[in-house]
Write a protein that binds this ligand. Sequence first.
Ligand SMILES: O=C(O)CCC(=O)C(=O)O
Ligand SMILES: [Fe+2]
Length: 350
Amino acid sequence: MATAGPGRRFCRCACFCSENLYLARYGLHVRFRDAPQLRRDYGAVLRSRGCVSTADFQQLLAELEQEVQRRQRLGQESAARKALIASSYHPARPDIYSSLQDAALAPEFLAAVEYSASPGADLEGLLQRLETLSEDKRVYRVPVFTAPFCQALLEELEHFEQSDMPKGRPNTMNNYGVLLHELGLDEPLVTPLRERFLQPLMGLLYPDCGGGQLDSHRAFVVKYAPGQDRELGCHYDNAELTLNVALGKAFTGGALFFGGLFQAPTVLREPLEVEHLVGQGILHRGGQLHGARPLGTGERWNLVVWLRASVVRNHLCPMCCQKPELVDDEGFGDGFTREEPGTVDVCALT
Ligand SMILES: O=C(O)CCC(=O)C(=O)O
Ligand SMILES: [Fe+2]
């Protein structure tokens, strides 16, 4: 169960249901509040793209309203899938569901984390234990999981993929892969990974991005294969920080590329290209523009953990770049938090 601590609960920002709605027929992303706003903001461009008659506009409105309702239902539907999976799915690798053991983690990762948590640790010392891929972009690489653990996780994910269980997809850009919390892997795997291991590391690497104050995450596996998704367009993550670990299998292509920060976009003239090494994780800021080159051959499965710090995002939603308008949500929501009204700090007077 995801809790935000005493007297706090997790939320999403209302912009999730009103911003960035894609109108495939007119090749346009729009903000949508109501019909007059849509007409005012996009009337001209819509007309120029063929939305001319009243009937066209009415149809568009109906589609937008449907998409808003779909987004509003996502949290509940995800919770329902999670409950169904918990009651009827039989894992191939039950060992993955027992709590994360140090034996699953690469010695280099354990050493970097142990150093980060030691008294007097500093950034310079940590950087000696990681591979710096770009000092300027602050992109790093470190082995995270052992090969046998990657193999076991892949086996489990494939088994789930082939099962008839309902599957929620990671995000609007990935049509394959799974959400780890729906599988029941947040509690035994991802939450301990964040709390015990990533937090000390990220606290030293990215103190200015909430690295030491991570309090939730959204973890999923992306899958690329011939005939399925093959690449990922340039984007930034709805996260303060991101860990992306290559799980396998054997593949060519699919390198990640990194540009500037989305807050200060520059032309992707010479993006940083990063090849995947199985078991190794890339660490980057969520706001760093990035994407994935087309897969050549084989299948690529990566574990992506979007790490969130409510102390940062409660001030500014990275999606709408405004103070978030909080809406209660299931699980970790989108990592925003609010104080529950009516809760008081109780202390014992002696
Ligand atoms: O394809 C990848 O490994 C990157 C995935 C990614 O950036 C994302 O899902 O946010
Ligand atoms: Fe991403």
